[in-house]
Write a protein that binds this ligand. Structure first.
Ligand code: SAH
Length: 345
Protein backbone atom coordinates (compact mmCIF):
# COMPACT_ATOMS: atom_id res chain seq x y z
CA UNK A 1 0.00 0.00 0.00
CA UNK A 2 1.11 3.54 -0.71
CA UNK A 3 0.52 6.46 1.68
CA UNK A 4 -3.06 7.21 0.65
CA UNK A 5 -4.20 3.63 0.87
CA UNK A 6 -2.64 3.28 4.32
CA UNK A 7 -4.29 6.49 5.49
CA UNK A 8 -7.66 5.19 4.27
CA UNK A 9 -7.00 1.82 5.92
CA UNK A 10 -6.46 3.34 9.37
CA UNK A 11 -9.27 5.87 8.93
CA UNK A 12 -11.75 3.13 8.05
CA UNK A 13 -10.91 1.58 11.41
CA UNK A 14 -11.56 4.78 13.29
CA UNK A 15 -7.98 6.08 13.67
CA UNK A 16 -6.58 9.42 12.51
CA UNK A 17 -5.00 9.17 9.06
CA UNK A 18 -1.51 10.28 10.14
CA UNK A 19 -1.02 6.81 11.59
CA UNK A 20 -1.00 5.61 8.00
CA UNK A 21 2.15 7.59 7.40
CA UNK A 22 3.77 6.06 10.47
CA UNK A 23 2.96 2.59 9.22
CA UNK A 24 4.39 3.57 5.84
CA UNK A 25 7.72 4.38 7.50
CA UNK A 26 7.78 1.19 9.54
CA UNK A 27 7.15 -0.87 6.43
CA UNK A 28 9.36 0.83 3.86
CA UNK A 29 11.99 2.91 5.67
CA UNK A 30 12.59 0.63 8.66
CA UNK A 31 11.37 -2.55 7.02
CA UNK A 32 9.96 -3.77 10.32
CA UNK A 33 7.09 -6.06 9.46
CA UNK A 34 5.83 -7.14 12.86
CA UNK A 35 3.07 -4.70 13.94
CA UNK A 36 3.88 -5.43 17.59
CA UNK A 37 7.13 -3.54 17.10
CA UNK A 38 5.45 -0.39 15.77
CA UNK A 39 5.91 1.23 19.16
CA UNK A 40 4.61 4.69 18.33
CA UNK A 41 1.18 3.36 17.31
CA UNK A 42 -1.81 2.64 19.56
CA UNK A 43 -1.97 -0.99 20.61
CA UNK A 44 -5.52 -1.25 19.31
CA UNK A 45 -4.40 -0.18 15.83
CA UNK A 46 -1.51 -2.63 15.91
CA UNK A 47 -3.95 -5.37 16.83
CA UNK A 48 -6.27 -4.35 13.98
CA UNK A 49 -3.39 -4.51 11.49
CA UNK A 50 -2.26 -7.89 12.81
CA UNK A 51 -5.80 -9.25 12.52
CA UNK A 52 -6.78 -7.79 9.16
CA UNK A 53 -3.66 -7.28 7.11
CA UNK A 54 -0.44 -9.04 6.29
CA UNK A 55 2.95 -7.36 6.29
CA UNK A 56 5.60 -9.74 5.02
CA UNK A 57 8.29 -9.53 2.40
CA UNK A 58 8.22 -13.16 1.29
CA UNK A 59 10.70 -15.83 2.32
CA UNK A 60 13.96 -16.29 0.46
CA UNK A 61 15.28 -19.78 0.04
CA UNK A 62 18.83 -20.09 -1.32
CA UNK A 63 18.60 -21.90 -4.65
CA UNK A 64 22.15 -21.82 -6.01
CA UNK A 65 25.45 -19.98 -5.74
CA UNK A 66 27.60 -19.41 -8.79
CA UNK A 67 31.42 -19.50 -8.90
CA UNK A 68 31.41 -15.69 -9.31
CA UNK A 69 29.50 -15.30 -6.03
CA UNK A 70 26.13 -14.58 -7.63
CA UNK A 71 23.32 -16.02 -5.54
CA UNK A 72 19.98 -17.11 -6.78
CA UNK A 73 17.01 -17.30 -4.41
CA UNK A 74 13.67 -18.98 -4.64
CA UNK A 75 11.12 -16.48 -3.34
CA UNK A 76 8.14 -17.97 -1.52
CA UNK A 77 5.57 -15.33 -2.28
CA UNK A 78 3.11 -14.06 0.33
CA UNK A 79 0.23 -14.44 -2.13
CA UNK A 80 1.30 -17.98 -3.01
CA UNK A 81 3.62 -19.57 -5.51
CA UNK A 82 7.30 -18.97 -6.16
CA UNK A 83 9.50 -16.64 -8.14
CA UNK A 84 13.25 -16.06 -8.33
CA UNK A 85 15.49 -13.17 -7.36
CA UNK A 86 19.24 -12.74 -7.78
CA UNK A 87 21.98 -11.04 -5.73
CA UNK A 88 25.09 -9.98 -7.65
CA UNK A 89 28.25 -8.32 -6.49
CA UNK A 90 30.98 -7.24 -8.86
CA UNK A 91 33.92 -5.00 -7.98
CA UNK A 92 32.12 -3.78 -4.87
CA UNK A 93 28.93 -2.95 -6.77
CA UNK A 94 25.82 -4.75 -5.60
CA UNK A 95 22.89 -5.34 -7.92
CA UNK A 96 19.58 -6.96 -6.99
CA UNK A 97 17.59 -8.49 -9.83
CA UNK A 98 13.91 -8.86 -9.02
CA UNK A 99 10.92 -10.50 -10.68
CA UNK A 100 7.66 -8.76 -11.52
CA UNK A 101 5.52 -11.71 -12.61
CA UNK A 102 5.35 -15.41 -11.89
CA UNK A 103 6.23 -16.64 -15.36
CA UNK A 104 5.73 -14.43 -18.41
CA UNK A 105 3.17 -14.10 -21.18
CA UNK A 106 5.47 -12.94 -23.97
CA UNK A 107 6.91 -16.22 -25.20
CA UNK A 108 10.39 -15.09 -26.32
CA UNK A 109 12.02 -18.12 -27.88
CA UNK A 110 15.44 -17.73 -26.21
CA UNK A 111 14.23 -17.16 -22.64
CA UNK A 112 13.52 -19.91 -20.12
CA UNK A 113 10.97 -17.86 -18.16
CA UNK A 114 8.74 -17.90 -21.25
CA UNK A 115 8.42 -21.67 -20.93
CA UNK A 116 6.36 -21.19 -17.78
CA UNK A 117 3.72 -19.09 -19.47
CA UNK A 118 2.15 -16.40 -17.32
CA UNK A 119 1.09 -17.80 -13.96
CA UNK A 120 0.16 -14.42 -12.46
CA UNK A 121 1.18 -10.82 -11.93
CA UNK A 122 3.05 -10.11 -8.71
CA UNK A 123 1.69 -7.47 -6.31
CA UNK A 124 3.71 -4.33 -5.62
CA UNK A 125 4.26 -5.72 -2.12
CA UNK A 126 5.76 -8.89 -3.53
CA UNK A 127 8.00 -6.89 -5.85
CA UNK A 128 9.21 -4.64 -3.02
CA UNK A 129 9.40 -7.61 -0.67
CA UNK A 130 12.21 -9.12 -2.77
CA UNK A 131 14.27 -5.96 -2.28
CA UNK A 132 13.50 -5.83 1.46
CA UNK A 133 14.35 -9.50 1.99
CA UNK A 134 17.60 -9.29 -0.01
CA UNK A 135 18.64 -6.13 1.87
CA UNK A 136 18.04 -7.89 5.15
CA UNK A 137 19.88 -11.07 4.19
CA UNK A 138 22.89 -9.28 2.72
CA UNK A 139 23.11 -6.47 5.28
CA UNK A 140 22.53 -3.69 2.74
CA UNK A 141 20.88 -1.12 5.03
CA UNK A 142 23.86 1.21 4.92
CA UNK A 143 25.09 0.31 1.45
CA UNK A 144 24.37 1.56 -2.00
CA UNK A 145 23.02 -0.91 -4.48
CA UNK A 146 21.19 -1.11 -7.78
CA UNK A 147 17.84 -2.72 -8.45
CA UNK A 148 17.06 -4.10 -11.89
CA UNK A 149 13.59 -5.18 -12.94
CA UNK A 150 15.09 -7.90 -15.09
CA UNK A 151 14.01 -11.06 -13.33
CA UNK A 152 11.05 -13.20 -14.26
CA UNK A 153 8.27 -11.45 -16.15
CA UNK A 154 7.64 -8.39 -18.28
CA UNK A 155 7.53 -5.41 -15.90
CA UNK A 156 5.51 -3.18 -18.24
CA UNK A 157 2.86 -5.90 -18.53
CA UNK A 158 2.36 -5.47 -14.76
CA UNK A 159 2.63 -1.71 -15.04
CA UNK A 160 0.71 -0.42 -12.01
CA UNK A 161 2.24 -2.79 -9.48
CA UNK A 162 5.76 -2.18 -10.77
CA UNK A 163 5.36 1.60 -10.76
CA UNK A 164 3.92 1.58 -7.22
CA UNK A 165 7.00 -0.40 -6.15
CA UNK A 166 9.26 2.10 -7.96
CA UNK A 167 7.64 5.06 -6.18
CA UNK A 168 8.09 3.44 -2.76
CA UNK A 169 11.69 2.48 -3.54
CA UNK A 170 12.73 6.03 -4.43
CA UNK A 171 10.60 7.81 -1.82
CA UNK A 172 12.85 9.37 0.87
CA UNK A 173 10.28 8.22 3.45
CA UNK A 174 10.28 4.79 1.87
CA UNK A 175 13.36 2.82 0.84
CA UNK A 176 15.09 6.06 -0.12
CA UNK A 177 16.99 4.73 -3.15
CA UNK A 178 18.20 7.01 -5.87
CA UNK A 179 16.07 6.77 -8.98
CA UNK A 180 19.21 6.43 -11.07
CA UNK A 181 19.91 3.11 -9.37
CA UNK A 182 16.74 1.50 -10.71
CA UNK A 183 16.55 0.05 -14.21
CA UNK A 184 13.52 -1.47 -15.84
CA UNK A 185 13.93 -3.70 -18.86
CA UNK A 186 11.10 -4.29 -21.31
CA UNK A 187 10.65 -6.61 -24.25
CA UNK A 188 9.13 -3.64 -26.06
CA UNK A 189 5.57 -2.77 -25.05
CA UNK A 190 5.56 0.43 -27.06
CA UNK A 191 2.50 2.21 -25.56
CA UNK A 192 3.74 1.45 -22.03
CA UNK A 193 7.16 2.90 -22.88
CA UNK A 194 5.41 6.12 -23.88
CA UNK A 195 3.37 6.06 -20.69
CA UNK A 196 6.54 5.56 -18.67
CA UNK A 197 7.99 8.68 -20.25
CA UNK A 198 5.18 10.70 -18.61
CA UNK A 199 5.75 9.41 -15.09
CA UNK A 200 7.05 11.93 -12.58
CA UNK A 201 9.03 9.14 -10.92
CA UNK A 202 10.53 6.58 -13.23
CA UNK A 203 13.38 4.08 -13.40
CA UNK A 204 15.97 4.10 -16.14
CA UNK A 205 14.88 2.28 -19.26
CA UNK A 206 16.36 -0.68 -21.07
CA UNK A 207 14.68 -2.12 -24.17
CA UNK A 208 15.33 -5.67 -25.33
CA UNK A 209 15.82 -5.16 -29.06
CA UNK A 210 17.43 -8.53 -29.87
CA UNK A 211 16.92 -8.20 -33.63
CA UNK A 212 17.12 -5.35 -36.10
CA UNK A 213 14.60 -6.55 -38.70
CA UNK A 214 10.90 -7.20 -38.20
CA UNK A 215 10.94 -10.68 -39.70
CA UNK A 216 13.61 -11.95 -37.34
CA UNK A 217 12.35 -10.05 -34.31
CA UNK A 218 8.81 -11.39 -34.73
CA UNK A 219 10.22 -14.90 -34.94
CA UNK A 220 12.29 -14.52 -31.75
CA UNK A 221 9.86 -12.30 -29.83
CA UNK A 222 6.13 -12.67 -30.63
CA UNK A 223 5.52 -9.19 -29.16
CA UNK A 224 7.34 -7.93 -32.27
CA UNK A 225 4.23 -8.80 -34.29
CA UNK A 226 2.08 -6.54 -32.18
CA UNK A 227 4.60 -3.70 -32.07
CA UNK A 228 6.83 -3.75 -35.13
CA UNK A 229 10.23 -2.09 -34.94
CA UNK A 230 9.11 1.27 -36.32
CA UNK A 231 6.41 1.48 -33.65
CA UNK A 232 8.82 0.48 -30.89
CA UNK A 233 11.53 2.86 -32.07
CA UNK A 234 8.96 5.64 -32.21
CA UNK A 235 8.11 4.99 -28.55
CA UNK A 236 11.82 5.02 -27.69
CA UNK A 237 12.18 8.34 -29.46
CA UNK A 238 9.25 9.76 -27.47
CA UNK A 239 10.86 8.49 -24.27
CA UNK A 240 14.18 10.11 -25.08
CA UNK A 241 12.57 13.41 -26.08
CA UNK A 242 10.17 13.69 -23.14
CA UNK A 243 12.71 12.66 -20.51
CA UNK A 244 15.91 14.02 -22.01
CA UNK A 245 17.42 10.75 -20.91
CA UNK A 246 19.57 8.20 -22.62
CA UNK A 247 18.32 4.64 -22.54
CA UNK A 248 19.81 1.24 -23.32
CA UNK A 249 19.08 -1.31 -26.00
CA UNK A 250 19.81 -4.88 -25.01
CA UNK A 251 20.77 -7.34 -27.71
CA UNK A 252 21.09 -11.02 -26.84
CA UNK A 253 23.65 -12.49 -29.24
CA UNK A 254 22.42 -15.73 -30.83
CA UNK A 255 25.07 -17.37 -33.03
CA UNK A 256 24.07 -17.58 -36.68
CA UNK A 257 20.67 -16.03 -35.94
CA UNK A 258 20.93 -12.31 -35.10
CA UNK A 259 24.68 -11.82 -35.50
CA UNK A 260 24.68 -11.98 -39.29
CA UNK A 261 26.29 -9.18 -41.31
CA UNK A 262 22.92 -7.92 -42.56
CA UNK A 263 21.35 -7.83 -39.13
CA UNK A 264 24.35 -6.09 -37.57
CA UNK A 265 24.40 -3.48 -40.34
CA UNK A 266 20.72 -2.74 -39.64
CA UNK A 267 21.46 -2.63 -35.91
CA UNK A 268 24.15 -0.02 -36.51
CA UNK A 269 21.71 2.10 -38.50
CA UNK A 270 19.07 1.95 -35.73
CA UNK A 271 21.61 2.95 -33.11
CA UNK A 272 22.83 5.91 -35.10
CA UNK A 273 19.29 7.34 -35.17
CA UNK A 274 18.64 7.19 -31.41
CA UNK A 275 20.30 8.46 -28.22
CA UNK A 276 20.81 4.95 -26.89
CA UNK A 277 23.63 2.80 -25.63
CA UNK A 278 23.87 -0.80 -26.74
CA UNK A 279 24.37 -3.66 -24.34
CA UNK A 280 25.36 -6.91 -26.06
CA UNK A 281 24.40 -10.01 -24.05
CA UNK A 282 26.03 -13.24 -25.23
CA UNK A 283 23.27 -15.84 -25.06
CA UNK A 284 23.13 -17.82 -21.80
CA UNK A 285 22.38 -21.43 -22.63
CA UNK A 286 20.02 -23.83 -20.93
CA UNK A 287 21.01 -27.10 -22.61
CA UNK A 288 18.14 -29.25 -23.71
CA UNK A 289 15.69 -26.40 -23.27
CA UNK A 290 16.73 -23.44 -25.41
CA UNK A 291 17.74 -24.11 -29.01
CA UNK A 292 20.46 -21.45 -29.37
CA UNK A 293 24.16 -20.86 -28.82
CA UNK A 294 26.26 -17.84 -28.05
CA UNK A 295 28.82 -16.76 -30.66
CA UNK A 296 32.43 -17.56 -29.68
CA UNK A 297 34.06 -14.96 -27.44
CA UNK A 298 36.30 -13.62 -30.22
CA UNK A 299 33.25 -13.04 -32.40
CA UNK A 300 31.47 -11.19 -29.59
CA UNK A 301 34.47 -8.89 -29.20
CA UNK A 302 34.68 -8.34 -32.98
CA UNK A 303 30.99 -7.39 -33.10
CA UNK A 304 31.50 -4.87 -30.32
CA UNK A 305 34.59 -3.38 -31.98
CA UNK A 306 32.84 -3.03 -35.27
CA UNK A 307 29.89 -1.19 -33.71
CA UNK A 308 32.28 1.00 -31.73
CA UNK A 309 33.98 1.98 -34.97
CA UNK A 310 30.59 3.10 -36.26
CA UNK A 311 30.32 5.42 -33.28
CA UNK A 312 27.79 3.33 -31.35
CA UNK A 313 28.31 3.38 -27.56
CA UNK A 314 28.40 -0.33 -26.84
CA UNK A 315 29.29 -2.59 -23.94
CA UNK A 316 29.15 -6.33 -23.37
CA UNK A 317 27.20 -7.86 -20.50
CA UNK A 318 29.12 -10.99 -19.59
CA UNK A 319 26.26 -12.38 -17.56
CA UNK A 320 26.92 -13.32 -13.98
CA UNK A 321 25.64 -16.42 -12.30
CA UNK A 322 25.70 -18.62 -15.40
CA UNK A 323 26.59 -21.85 -13.58
CA UNK A 324 23.82 -21.27 -11.03
CA UNK A 325 21.20 -20.79 -13.74
CA UNK A 326 20.91 -17.28 -12.34
CA UNK A 327 21.85 -15.38 -15.51
CA UNK A 328 19.65 -13.40 -17.90
CA UNK A 329 17.08 -15.65 -19.47
CA UNK A 330 17.71 -18.57 -17.11
CA UNK A 331 15.17 -17.83 -14.39
CA UNK A 332 12.16 -20.11 -14.16
CA UNK A 333 10.26 -22.22 -11.71
CA UNK A 334 9.52 -25.33 -13.71
CA UNK A 335 8.12 -28.63 -12.47
CA UNK A 336 10.41 -30.38 -9.97
CA UNK A 337 12.99 -32.64 -11.52
CA UNK A 338 12.82 -30.87 -14.85
CA UNK A 339 16.08 -30.92 -16.79
CA UNK A 340 16.46 -27.19 -16.31
CA UNK A 341 17.05 -27.67 -12.60
CA UNK A 342 19.70 -30.32 -12.56
CA UNK A 343 22.58 -28.91 -10.57
CA UNK A 344 25.19 -29.24 -13.30
CA UNK A 345 24.60 -28.24 -16.91
N1 SAH B 1 10.84 -9.07 -19.96
C1 SAH B 1 11.82 -8.02 -19.82
C2 SAH B 1 12.65 -8.19 -18.57
C3 SAH B 1 13.62 -9.36 -18.58
S1 SAH B 1 15.20 -8.71 -18.65
C4 SAH B 1 12.66 -7.95 -21.07
O1 SAH B 1 12.48 -8.78 -21.95
O2 SAH B 1 13.45 -7.02 -21.22
C5 SAH B 1 16.06 -10.07 -19.24
C6 SAH B 1 17.03 -9.73 -20.34
O3 SAH B 1 17.70 -10.95 -20.67
C7 SAH B 1 16.34 -9.26 -21.61
O4 SAH B 1 17.13 -8.29 -22.25
C8 SAH B 1 16.31 -10.53 -22.46
O5 SAH B 1 16.31 -10.22 -23.84
C9 SAH B 1 17.58 -11.21 -22.04
N2 SAH B 1 17.57 -12.66 -22.20
C10 SAH B 1 16.51 -13.48 -22.24
N3 SAH B 1 16.92 -14.75 -22.40
C11 SAH B 1 18.26 -14.72 -22.46
C12 SAH B 1 19.27 -15.72 -22.59
N4 SAH B 1 18.96 -17.02 -22.68
N5 SAH B 1 20.57 -15.33 -22.60
C13 SAH B 1 20.88 -14.03 -22.47
N6 SAH B 1 19.98 -13.05 -22.32
C14 SAH B 1 18.68 -13.40 -22.32
Amino acid sequence: MERDALARFVEARGFPPFHGRQIYRWLYAKRTFDPQRWTDLPASLRAAVAAEARAEPGRLEPAAEAADGTRKYRVHLPEGGRAEAVYMEHRGRVTLCVSSQVGCALGCDFCLTARMGLVRHMTSGEILGQVAALMDLHGLDARRFNVVFMGMGEPLHNYDAVMAAVRILVDPEGFGLSRRRLTLSTAGLAPAVERLAQEPVRPRLAVSLNAASDALRARLMPIGRKYPLERLLQACRVFAERTGERFTFEYVLLAGVNDTEDELARLGRILRRLPAKLNLIPFNPVPGRLPYEAPPRARVLAIRDRLLEQGVPVSIRWSRGLDARAACGQLAVLPEGAAAFRATP
